[in-house]
Structures are given as C-alpha cells and as structure tokens.
Design a protein around this ligand. Structure first.
Ligand code: MG
Length: 345
C-alpha cells in the first residue's frame, strides 16, 4: 500500500493498491490469475472526496506500480479541476491507465460539486443502461458446465475460448443455456483457424466473437469477418481513438475499456467515431472494483453491448456502486460516479 500526497495546498491526491481476489481462477487464452491488483485514486478538495481507479494489465505493458509513479509525478498545485483535458494532458499520451484514473477522479469530483450523477452531466438516461454479460473463463468441461449452471438465469454469457475444445465447450454450454452467448478468443487463433472454428460455431447462435486473432493485422480481421457467420468485435486491436478508423470495414464492432483507452472522455470520442463509421460499440472491463465498472456503466446508454461484470468476479470489492438486476445494470442515483466505500454504507 502506498499513499503519496502530491499536492501540498488545497487539493490532496493519494493512491492505494487494491488486491482483488477472484471468485474462481480466471483463465483466458493467454493467462490465468487468482488475484488482480488495481490502483485506487482519491482526490480530496474543498471538503469533497473524489474517487478514481486504474486497472492496468500486462497485455498493454502497464502495471499498478508504473501508474502509481506516473500519478506521483503529476503536479496539480495550480489545477482548475473543471478543465478535464488540460489536467489529463499533464500525463504522457501513452500513460493510458494513469489517464483513466485521473479522468474518473475529475468526473466524480465534477458530479459531486454539482450534486448530480455523471450520467446526468452527460445527458444520459440511466433507464437505457445496457444488459451486461457475465464471463465464463476457460476451464475443463465439467467446470464449464458447473459455472454455466450457476449463471444460467443471466441473460448474456461471454465465453472465453482458446483451449482447442471450442465445439465441445459450446455444445456443453448450449445443452443447458438458451440465453445470448458471445465469445472471446483473446487473440488465441490465427486467421485460418479463426475462420474454420467460427464457421463450425455458427450453429450455436453466437452474438459475436471478440478478437479472434492477434492484434496488429486489421486486414486479417477482414479476412476472418468475410468468412465467419459470427460477427467480429475488435478488443485488443482497438485501444484508443486512433485505432477506430483503421478497423472500419474489418470488424463489425469495437470493445472499449476505460483503462485501455484512458478514461470516460476518450471512450466517448471512440463511441462517436465508431458510430460514424457504422460499427457497433461494446464497453467492457478488466478485473476491477465497482469504481471503474460503475464509471463504465455510466456510458452504457450510449452503447450496444456491455461486459461489466468485474465486481461479480471478485469476492472483496471494497466499494459499492453499480448493481445488477438479472443482468441489467442499475446506476446509483448518487452524485458523481455514484460509488462509496463499502465501510461507509
Ligand atoms: Mg476481450
């Protein structure tokens, strides 16, 4: 745990590492984990405490320690906290995870100063918040069946693939689950494999498949898309606004994550760019607490699909925020991001 006041005058910015424990070991095509570390940010100014969170992952070569150092190096003594872009631009452009944490703090502070939830600041109807999927990580078939059975009342499941038993996995899931199924291969196949596997999986009524092949080859995504009965969504290939136009025509949609792109402000830009290019939009999460997932949930009235199950996958969420009603996201009517420490409830 580290606490680092960096503003000696009116505003105090501090951070704390959270260790979030997974309900089940979380396995995807490239990794497996039982504990996820995120960085909680706290800005105290004018009697208000504003929260933010950053959940950097190795896939994008960012760590909690690195984000903590970047936050410590910020100088906010002269900051006007209403000028979001000016403050976010004090961080390096590639410090996406740190930018995300600060962006969330600024949104939470603005909402609390005005006494309105962030969705109201953005003019969004919380009744239009999307359904979220619940993730089934890679496991052997008996475990996959058990996890699916536990989740079978939920309307949307996202199934992680990449073990080489794709057809058997989908057969097992479809034998007990009739809801919406989306897939995520997390870059686990090559283009030829992806086209072949997705052609076989088409019969299981799949909503879409995320990132079938390694990022960096939009033309290969186009190859897969042209051969797949299952729509294709870019995740690892779509990190920031700069990536969106490059993917037009190569995929059916993009998956935006706040920590991947740099926060809510960049996410809104990406949503509008994707819409202009005729793409569907999903908003997703890493393993993270209710702070980050509630921030992402504030934007779901703008998107087609949500995958915001981070708090459902952990056992020790230190915050209360967005709630889940049979898969439907319920935004809290509280000012700012709408999150509060569980101990203060
Ligand atoms: Mg994904």
């Amino acid at each position: 745990m580290a606490t680092a006041p960096v503003v000696p005058t009116a505003a105090v910015l501090s951070h704390e590492t959270l260790e979030l424990h997974l309900r089940h070991t979380f396995t995807i095509s490239r990794s497996s984990e039982d504990v996820a570390k995120t960085l909680l940010l706290r800005l105290e100014v004018g009697g208000i405490t504003a929260y933010g969170e950053s959940s950097p992952v190795g896939r994008y070569e960012e760590t909690v320690e690195q984000v903590a150092r970047q936050i410590d190096a910020m100088h906010l003594g002269d900051a006007d906290f209403w000028f979001f872009d000016e403050i976010i631009e004090r961080l390096p452009r590639d410090a996406r995870a740190a930018r995300c944490g600060i962006d969330l703090v600024l949104h939470d502070l603005a909402g609390k100063r005005l006494g309105v939830p962030v969705y109201r600041l953005l003019g969004l109807d919380p009744g239009c918040a999307a359904l979220t999927s619940f993730t089934i990580g890679i496991a052997d078939l008996p475990q996959t069946i058990e996890k699916t059975r536990e989740a079978r009342d939920l309307p949307v499941l996202k199934v992680k693939l990449g073990s080489g038993k794709e057809v058997e996995t989908l057969e097992a899931i479809r034998s007990i689950y009739t809801g919406t199924v989306r897939l995520d291969a997390n870059e686990g196949w090559n283009a030829e494999q992806a086209a072949k596997i997705l052609a076989e999986l088409g019969r299981f009524d799949i909503e879409f498949c995320e990132q079938p092949i390694p990022a960096g080859h939009p033309e290969q995504l186009r190859f897969v898309r042209e051969r797949s009965p299952v729509p294709i969504v870019a995740d690892e290939d779509c990190r920031t606004l700069d990536d969106v136009a490059l993917l037009a025509g190569c995929v059916d949609g993009i998956n935006i994550k706040l920590v991947k792109c740099g926060g809510m402000r960049e996410a809104v830009r990406m949503i509008h760019a994707a819409r202009a290019l005729g793409m569907k939009v999903m908003i997703g999460c890493m393993i993270e607490s209710s702070v980050l997932c509630t921030a992402a949930a504030q934007l779901t009235p703008l998107v087609d699909y949500a995958d915001l199950d981070g708090p459902l996958l952990i056992t020790d969420d230190p915050f209360v925020g967005v709630s889940y009603d049979a898969g439907r996201l319920r935004l809290p009517p509280l000012a700012g991001l709408g999150v509060m420490p569980r101990t203060l409830r």
